[in-house]
Design a protein around this ligand. Structure first.
Ligand code: PMP
Length: 381
């Protein structure tokens, strides 16, 4: 039997590879992006209560109304956008499902989708599986901002979607209000959709507001905005996310969601709706909580020769290791895990073309003890 892979270029991901190496070498794992601490106790209790109370059958296909109402409230309070909970919000099995469904619902064979490198690893395969073409455009290597003239140059009559991500994984960059204007200028009068991956929407630093495309009326009309409760409530393993889009876009989105998963884990939706309703402080405290992690990690790395890039949002720190070595980032990460006992991710893993520079990504969504243990090893490098 012949099996022609639909994703021949996809192998074991660098995340799996580095995690395996970390386990093998007893390394501190700052590679994969997840917290090593628990979310709010009341949230986990609400989950078990929901199961005990019988929320164990299919949830409504578009998601639990109470949870969609909470997201509608947040869109209004945070971004000044009226979002209809009934027709414009869909709960998904993680941000990952929302990204796949938005692409599958809108992108056809032969279409082009503009991705900005470095970018999260699920975008490219989701585009390829539609028979469409990912067109990778590099962010500026100096500060990971978007060079909109390069995006403009990449647009062709086949361009169907532009994918942006703010706050950004892996770089910690965020979009500014002018970026939304630049994006709106480029897509005005075209049939180009925007997929805005905002899974770190509640994690921005130094008082910066999150520039959701929902703030921008013109962009909101043609955008799918993707979020994830995994990031917001420190429960990445629950895989509950959401997509916000106009009623017309949501209707097409739901046709895919309906046959991809139909609906999302019911008890978690009950628990998350309750947490959002009863504990608004959690969201209010999240930026400060992660800013403290960032500052702590950066202070701990002062004794090393890593040059740290600014982190304006998300929970990732990009570090330049050129003071240590001129080897490529993958080789350096292998040596770092084996010799220093710390796992990180080479930045090239997020690019289609090999990038310039000697950069790796650390995740600082970790306890003090983990960050201190990592730093202790890194200062000995
Ligand atoms: N987008 C980005 C930028 C992410 O970092 C992640 C998770 N690492 C996702 C999407 C996927 O979110 P989820 O875990 O909710 O599927």
């Amino acid at each position: 039997m012949r099996l022609a892979s639909k994703l021949p270029q996809v192998g074991t991901t660098i995340f799996t590879e580095m995690t395996q190496l970390a386990v093998q070498h007893g390394a501190v794992n700052l590679g994969q992006g997840f917290p090593d601490f628990e979310g709010p106790t009341h949230l986990r209790e609400a989950l078990t209560e929901a199961m005990a109370a019988g929320a164990n059958q299919y949830a409504p296909m578009p998601g639990l109304p109470a949870l969609r109402e909470q997201l509608s409230r947040l869109a209004w309070e945070r971004y000044g956008r009226r979002v209809d909970a009934g027709s414009e919000v869909t709960i998904t099995s993680g941000g990952t499902e929302a990204i796949f469904a938005a692409i599958a619902a809108t992108v056809d064979r032969g279409d082009e989708v503009i991705l900005l490198d470095p970018c999260y690893d699920c975008y490219d395969p989701a585009v390829r599986l539609q028979g469409a073409v990912p067109v990778h455009v590099a962010l500026r290597s100096s500060d990971f901002s978007i060079d909109w003239s390069l995006v403009k140059a990449a647009i062709t009559p086949r361009t169907r979607m532009i994918l942006v991500n703010t706050p950004h994984n892996p770089t910690g960059a965020v979009l500014a209000a002018q970026d939304l204007e630049a994006l709106a200028d480029l897509v005005r009068g075209t049939d180009i959709f925007v997929l805005s991956d905002e899974v770190y929407e509640f994690i921005t630093f130094d008082g910066r507001p999150h520039q959701s495309v929902l703030r921008h009326a013109e962009l909101a009309e043609r955008s799918f905005v993707v979020g994830s409760f995994g990031k917001t409530f420190h429960c990445t393993g629950w895989k509950v996310g959401y997509a916000i889009a106009s009623a017309a876009l949501s209707a097409e989105f739901r046709k895919v969601h309906q046959f991809l998963t139909f609906c999302t884990f019911h008890p978690a939706q009950v628990a998350l709706a309750k947490a959002l309703e009863k504990d608004p402080n959690h969201l209010a405290e999240l930026p400060g909580f992660y800013q403290e992690r960032r500052d702590r990690f950066q202070a701990l790395l002062k004794g090393t020769q890593f040059q740290l890039r600014p982190v304006l949002g998300s929970y990732f720190q990009v570090a330049d290791y050129s003071a240590y070595s001129q080897e490529d980032d993958r080789t350096f990460c292998h040596r770092l895990v084996k010799e220093a006992g710390v796992a990180a991710i080479p930045l090239s893993a997020f690019y289609e073309a090999r990038p310039e520079g000697r950069l790796i990504r650390f995740c600082f969504a970790k306890t003090d003890a983990t960050l201190e243990a990592a730093a202790e090893r890194l200062v000995r490098l």
